[in-house]
Design a protein around this ligand. Structure first.
Ligand code: PLP
Length: 383
């Protein structure tokens, strides 16, 4: 139940990749048939990726991961527009955007981080007022990795376009979980990561709308139409292409099933455990994600005990130098630090079953009860 961290490589994806390690191992840039047949397969993968987003294959480049896609988009736009020194983002982005923006702030850029309300939503008037003449880029995520909260991306994009800035969207948690089409979209650049959608770790892609100027992050050969140098990771590109094709075919029915499982998990825990908070539920959310704060317990302890009975989930807090820092996402939503520290993220995939959910509902309540009984702050009468 930790699929927002990473997913299992689908069998179909793995099977499609295998021949490209040993049989078809030519360099796609080579002039001989051994290379060009591989180049043709990369083109097919690019078409599969493009079709799944409703864009043209020439608008897709392959990268090594979601983090690289985000860095390429943000740095590439800034380097192509050196006269513009302002970036707008939100307080709840993934570190692959936030750490980059903090670095850029040290290098002389001005960064506006938009706040969210208690349900994880954005104030679109605040967004409108934050975009200036010197704003190069607005970078806002599609779906939050910790809470699953969805931002109204096309509404956001409309505002960004009216104000004349470029719009990058980190859609790494959205792709594969909800249908996303970029046909007639306001998005200029969109990041995707393979390992969140049943392709392997170490492959990502970036959509760059036709006409958007972008300096490459990596300089070298002419691969990816001069936008990302380096010999292509052929098997992984075939893998992400196949995964994208699978999404296009099956997303609605699969995600309806996943949402039913997630809702059952939430209802089961809510029924059996007092004093809990479901974070972000008043907003539209990803169908697979549930973020639950358990009062008077630490998230890390819950994770440990769950792990002992074979349940994998995660907490938003980062263990830095021995002190537990609460999740920046929950903190931005105004969740008090002690409550945020008792938070656990469950994230399902198409491979989870009804039995998994039943098992979790049976195992989790006694774990919370046990931990609360050890807590000096837990008063049994609170039940
Ligand atoms: N952005 C979001 C929203 C994510 O959830 C993640 C991974 O958790 C990333 C970026 C980074 O992606 P990758 O692990 O492919 O570098």
């Amino acid at each position: 139940m930790d699929n927002n961290a990473t997913t299992k490589v689908a069998d179909e994806v793995f099977e499609a990749m295998v021949p490209y390690f040993r049989e078809y191992y030519g360099n796609p840039s080579s002039m001989h048939t051994f290379g060009s047949q591989v180049a043709n397969k990369i083109n097919t993968a690019r078409e599969q990726a493009a079709n799944s987003l409703g864009v043209s294959p020439s608008e897709i480049i392959f990268t090594s991961c979601g983090t690289e896609s985000n860095n390429t988009a943000v740095r590439g736009v800034l380097n192509s527009n050196p006269e513009k020194k302002h970036i707008v983002t939100t307080q709840v982005e993934h570190p692959a955007i936030l750490a980059l923006c903090k670095h850029l702030a040290k290098k002389g850029y001005e960064v506006t981080e938009l706040r969210v309300d208690k349900d994880g939503g954005l104030d679109l008037d605040e967004l409108k007022n934050s975009i200036r003449d010197d704003t190069a880029l607005v970078t806002i995520m599609y779906a939050n990795n910790e809470t699953g909260v969805l931002f109204p991306i096309e509404e956001i994009g409309k505002i960004v376009k009216e104000k004349g800035a470029l719009f990058h969207c980190d859609a790494i948690q959205a792709i594969g979980k909800i249908p996303v089409s970029l046909k007639n979209s306001t998005i200029d650049l969109l990041s995707v990561s393979g390992h969140k959608l049943h392709a392997p770790k170490g492959i990502g892609m970036l959509y760059i709308k036709k006409g958007v100027r972008l300096s490459p992050l990596l300089l070298g050969g002419h691969q990816e139409r001069n936008k990302r140098a380096g010999t292509e990771n052929v098997p992984y590109i075939i893998g992400i292409g196949t995964a994208c094709e699978q999404i296009s075919e099956n997303i609605v029915e699969e995600q309806t099933r996943v949402k039913a499982l997630r809702d059952k998990l939430e209802a089961g825990i809510l029924d059996a455990v007092p004093q809990i908070l479901l974070n972000g539920v008043k907003n539209e959310r990803l169908p697979n994600t549930s973020n639950i704060s358990f009062e008077h317990v630490e998230g890390e302890s819950i994770l440990l005990l769950m792990s002992q009975v074979g349940i994998a989930a995660s907490s938003g807090s980062a263990c830095t130098s021995g002190s537990l820092e609460p999740s920046h996402v929950l903190t931005a939503m105004g969740v008090p630090s002690v409550t945020a520290q008792g938070s656990v993220r469950f994230s399902l995939s198409k491979y989870n079953t009804d039995e998994d959910v039943k098992y979790a509902i049976e195992k989790i309540p006694p774990i919370i009860q046990r931990l609360r009984e050890m807590s000096p702050f837990w008063n049994k009468n609170q039940q």
